[in-house]
Design a protein around this ligand. Structure first.
Ligand code: GLN
Length: 540
């Protein structure tokens, strides 16, 4: 079957959950037995998301093949239970870079190189290549930002041309319908304007997904249909919901899956969604809770808190909690609180376990170390992710091994005890000032030591997990740490670098150099998160 393209655009405001809509459309197609993949277009000029600030743009997602990507790819992977390679993220930067490289190489000799057709041709080439390589029946293409942004005009133009060039294409426009408090009524005008804007670019949407706090009523549905030139049945509700994973089922109620097939000339297919459906029903009926503290530092932007910085950690906690029949209650704990006053550590009494997630730079680090010390001394379940493991090693070195000023070379370059440091070969690369090339990225094999907690959780000798870091546990200190009771239960296959650390005397204390949150899936929680939640339940 030729790959069919479904473009998803957004209107009125950003942050509408287009990624969730895209994933849910993919899920409905999977329920019908199709092979689905997804791609995200980010109109910014950065080559990838590697250098974006998490408080501004949200988490950086890491693909199995080492891409640093927009977090939407994480939603696609979690919903669709597939690995998505980095080539499925297209940015303006990548597209122009390619076109300029080609121009310099004399590939366009004699021609005036222009946004149309040269840039749009490159966009289409990339999309068709993804289709060809993935051999998917459906390729979902989410265009970032909102229609009307200057920066996504060329992507919309490419999407328009593909239909003209006889690719099998459908357009879904997700737009916001506000219900202003002062009016108490759902307003459709903004949607009408954003669809008009889209039609200015020559794109007539096939479906309009109405994002609002509640379901659309018949009056609004009719109005949107008339003004936006779509059938009433092609206006789909996308209300606020507690559990994002329920959206495919809400769409199913409106027969959205079969309506999509029908526009491609495919007959309706009964969705095989029993497993998903019973899981969602189970989650809705859970009564018991578990309280998890996330001791982080990327929370605030202006007056607002941006929890997007830790979206994969939150989702991994949900998957593991649901799998163990608990609703998670996540407490956000800003580690800077513990730096202001150690008495504040008392708030950790309220939670059943803590997670110290990844991070860069020294802000909030001492507060995180205080929290880890508290967890270690008080038998509170602890899960350290990347920086979380590094800080657990620092805390142990300082307070158990007596290496008082132990630190990471990232945080204190002149520490007398660099228990966390760059490896010699990374130092060489850094010296040549290739900053971007020093990060260890993507899926790597981790050897698991038998007889440890890690082995008990993974149940295998080798796993592949995803990494995103520059610093490592300094091999020179491994012996001292081990002599004092720290156990390294995961390492590189050549035994050179330690990747998982744990404390056997503690009810549950484990940290990994990788990010287990990137491999957690809705129906298949990551083993470290799963074990952590089980430990939290048993002490709660
Ligand atoms: N800053 C640390 C490093 O570069 C940890 C990175 C992380 O937590 N992802 O090694």
């Amino acid at each position: 079957m030729q790959t069919r393209y479904i473009f998803i655009t957004g209107g009125v405001i950003s942050g509408l959950g287009k990624g969730i809509v895209t994933s849910s459309i993919g899920k409905m197609l999977q329920f019908r037995g199709f092979k689905v993949t997804a791609c995200k277009i980010d109109p910014y000029i950065n080559f990838d998301a590697g250098t974006l600030r998490p408080t501004e743009h949200g988490e950086v997602w890491v693909t199995e093949d080492g891409g640093e990507i927009d977090q939407d790819l994480g939603h696609y992977e979690r919903f669709l239970n597939i690995n998505i390679p980095k080539s499925h993220n297209i940015t303006t930067g990548q597209v122009y870079y390619e076109v300029i490289k080609r121009e310099r190489a004399g590939k366009y000799l004699g021609q005036t190189v222009q946004p149309i057709p040269h840039v749009t041709d490159e966009i289409k080439r990339r999309l068709r290549k993804i289709a060809e390589e993935s051999k998917a029946d459906f390729l979902l293409v989410e265009i970032g930002g909102t229609v009307g942004d200057y920066e996504n005009i060329l992507f919309l133009e490419a999407a328009r041309q593909m239909k003209l060039e006889k690719d099998a294409v459908l357009y879904v426009h997700v737009a916001y319908l506000p219900i202003p408090k002062s009016l108490g009524e759902m307003k459709t005008k903004a949607v009408q304007h954003s669809v008009r804007e889209l039609r200015n670019f020559g794109i007539q949407p096939d479906f309009i997904v109405g994002r609002s706090s509640t379901y659309l009523d018949d009056v609004r549905r009719k109005k949107i249909a008339l003004f936006c030139n779509v059938g009433e049945e092609d206006v789909i509700s996308d209300p606020d919901i507690k559990n994002i994973y329920k959206l495919p089922l809400i769409f199913e109620k409106e027969k959205f899956g079969d309506k999509i097939l029908s526009k491609f000339g495919i007959k309706p297919i009964k969705p095989q969604d029993q497993e998903w459906r019973s899981f969602i029903e189970k989650v809705e009926n859970l009564e018991k809770h578990i309280r998890i503290g996330i001791v982080g530092k990327y929370f605030d932007i202006g007056k607002f808190q941006l929890l997007d910085s830790y979206v994969s950690v939150i989702e991994a906690v949900k998957h593991a909690s649901w799998n163990n029949d608990r609703k998670p209650l996540i407490e956000w704990i800003d580690s800077k609180l513990f730096e202001e006053d150690v008495e504040n550590l008392r708030i950790l009494n309220k939670v059943d376990g803590i997670i110290v997630p990844g991070g860069f730079g020294k802000t909030g680090v001492e507060g995180k170390i205080q929290a880890i010390k508290y967890a270690r001394e008080n038998g509170l379940p602890f899960l350290g992710l990347c920086l979380g493991l590094q800080l657990a090693v620092i805390e142990f070195a300082r307070n158990v091994c007596g290496l008082e000023e132990a630190n990471s070379a990232e945080i204190m370059p002149d520490t007398p005890y660099p228990v966390i440091d760059l490896l010699p070969e990374q130092k060489e690369v850094l010296k040549k000032s290739k900053y971007g090339a020093t990060m260890r990225l993507g899926g790597q094999v981790v050897k698991i030591k038998r007889g440890t907690l890690a082995y008990q959780l993974y149940g295998k000798d080798e796993v592949v997990e995803r990494f995103r870091h520059r610093y490592e546990i300094n091999p020179e200190y491994v012996e001292t740490l081990e002599k004092n009771g720290f156990v390294f239960s995961g390492m590189t296959p050549d035994n050179r670098i330690m990747q998982i650390g744990e404390l056997p005397e503690h009810p549950f204390f484990i940290g990994s150099q990788f990010h287990p949150e990137f491999t957690s899936r809705v129906l298949k929680p990551n083993p470290l998160f799963n074990g952590f939640i089980q430990a939290c339940i048993s002490i709660s």
